[in-house]
Design a protein around this ligand. Structure first.
Ligand SMILES: [Zn+2]
Length: 266
């Protein structure tokens, strides 16, 4: 019989031997979620579908699924759990960026919890016809959640990029299986040697996809914003303009951070 795995042991494993694989899986989930949000935005802005019918790719196959608050709440919860569970391995400035993503996600999750409670109880906030979150009293839902996803994603991408290209102090202190750690003492010890090439390939794929996503999302939201300026509510335009600025600003900041210090000298 396999030995029982206690929660703290699982957490330790996720932040040591299992960090690279767990983080990669987490990134895949986050990117898939982005595909859904971008598809939905294309349906609304480029194809002119009414918001109620624009349920992303998933909404085409399972319209009822996209309309259950459980799905949205479930994703917000998975995101929150991932940000908490994978955090200990993020050191130094990478840890601060990851914490920023976590703090914002705590709020985003509360908004979804509020939506779910309303859907389950049948009583909506401020007597609205549909479940309504607090920020939704001021901003339209689709653009609000594009914005929420952006301000969680940008610090997350910066954290991961810094985690995988750490400054010397963090590199020495690192205890996780991410490929950067295969230097110095730990390489001499021969730990985590197996699967190095695969892990490196995974890291580069993730990096390329995340940076690509960052640029694409920034540009896409920028284009949607231009389109909207003429015919959408001021609140929607404001949120899209902010999302676009945060994404492109994050990209530039990340490039600068990576160029700083000794990160690029290896
Ligand atoms: Zn790691």
């Amino acid at each position: 019989m396999a030995p029982r795995l206690y929660p703290h042991e699982l957490l330790m494993r996720l932040n040591s031997k299992g960090h690279c694989v767990a983080l990669t899986a987490f990134i895949a989930i986050v990117l898939a979620h982005w595909v859904e949000h971008i598809t939905q935005a294309i349906q609304i802005y480029a194809l002119g579908w009414p918001v109620h019918h624009a349920g992303g790719a998933l909404g085409l196959a399972f319209p009822w699924l996209v309309h259950t608050e459980w799905l949205h709440y479930g994703y917000a919860l998975v995101m929150l759990i991932g940000l908490v569970a994978l955090r200990p391995a993020f050191l130094g400035s990478a840890g601060l960026w990851w914490l920023a993503a976590l703090v914002i996600q705590v709020w985003h999750h509360c908004e979804h919890l509020l939506l779910l409670t309303q859907a389950l109880s049948g009583h909506n906030l401020a007597g609205r016809a549909v479940p309504t979150s607090i920020a939704q009293l001021l901003f339209p839902r689709v653009e609000l959640h594009l914005f929420y996803n952006t301000i969680v994603f940008v610090p997350m991408v910066i954290a991961i990029a810094l985690h995988w290209r750490p400054a010397d102090a963090e590199r020495k202190a690192a205890r996780c299986s991410c490929p950067y750690a295969l230097t110095g003492q730990r390489q001499e010890e021969g730990r985590y040697k197996a699967g190095t090439a695969a892990r490196r390939a995974m890291m580069w794929t993730c990096n390329a996809m995340m940076l690509g996503a960052l640029l694409f999302i920034g540009l896409f939201i920028g284009v949607a914003f231009m389109q909207l300026v003429s015919n959408a509510s001021e609140q929607a335009v404001l949120l899209l303009a902010l999302s676009s600025a945060v994404t492109l600003g994050g990209f530039l900041l990340l490039m600068r951070e990576l160029r700083n210090g000794s990160r690029l000298n290896r």
